[in-house]
Design a protein around this ligand. Structure first.
Ligand code: HEC
Length: 196
């Protein structure tokens, strides 16, 4: 029947002249197959019923926050005043940090890129509550117009107030068109950047 030196056994049944060797699946294969099913059930239960793990996005946010805390430790707790804001306006990374703070807390009222929405346009030379650079931080800390502009001093770290102030101050002069038009009056330019 076969030229093979190995004489395989037949299963003994025949359909339309077709016969079948009796070659059962190896034991290790069956174990993996059924083990896989058992694992899938246990894994599904652990995934659906177990405590939530850390998502990739969460892990990233945690890492960024941890890193910032380290950097905050290095620079200490800043005072949100004019010289400090002016200094950090020159630090690109920190202005970017301020932008993130702005995007996370302020765009709902001031619009993306600060062009204004519920709150005034922050990209022009007109201000309602600001006469000098330091006032930017004061308004952010204490709020304005009876809470229409909320106070942030208990919600943001003092360093975040400095960075978001630096970002807001850096928007001035971009004069992007917004939905509200000019509000308040034109104020003096920001002081010149400190020379090192
Ligand atoms: C709930 C809406 C709202 C949110 C959120 C908000 N603001 Fe305001 N903001 C306002 C309003 C309204 C004014 C104008 C107050 C007034 O009419 O005197 C204002 C004014 C300001 C001013 C002064 C502008 C001027 O012309 O005097 C600055 C600076 C400012 N906001 C920054 C921020 C920053 C930074 C954040 C986020 C940390 C923020 N705001 C979040 C509503 C908001």
């Amino acid at each position: 029947m076969s030229d093979s030196p190995i004489q395989d056994e037949l299963t003994g049944h025949e359909y339309d002249g077709i016969t079948e060797y009796d070659n059962p699946i190896p034991g290790w294969w069956s174990w993996m197959f059924f083990g896989g099913i058992v694992f899938a059930v246990l894994y599904y239960m652990a995934y659906q019923l177990g405590t939530a793990g850390t998502s990739v996005a969460q892990a990233y946010d945690n890492a960024v926050t941890a890193n910032l805390k380290l950097q905050f430790e290095e620079i200490g707790i800043l005072t949100p005043d004019e010289p400090t804001i002016l200094t950090y306006m020159q630090e690109e990374n920190w202005v970017l940090f301020g932008q993130k703070t702005f995007e996370g807390n302020c765009v709902s009222c001031h619009g993306k890129e600060g062009v204004g929405l519920v709150g005034p346009n922050l990209t022009d030379d007109h201000y309602k509550n600001v006469k000098r650079l330091g006032d930017v931080a004061t308004v952010i800390q204490k709020g304005a117009a009876n809470g229409a502009m909320p106070a942030w001093q208990n919600r943001l770290h003092p360093n975040e107030i400095v960075m978001v102030s630096a970002y807001v101050a850096s928007l001035r002069g971009q004069n992007k068109p917004g939905p509200r038009g000019e509000e308040g009056s034109v104020i003096d330019p920001w002081p010149a950047a400190p020379t090192e």
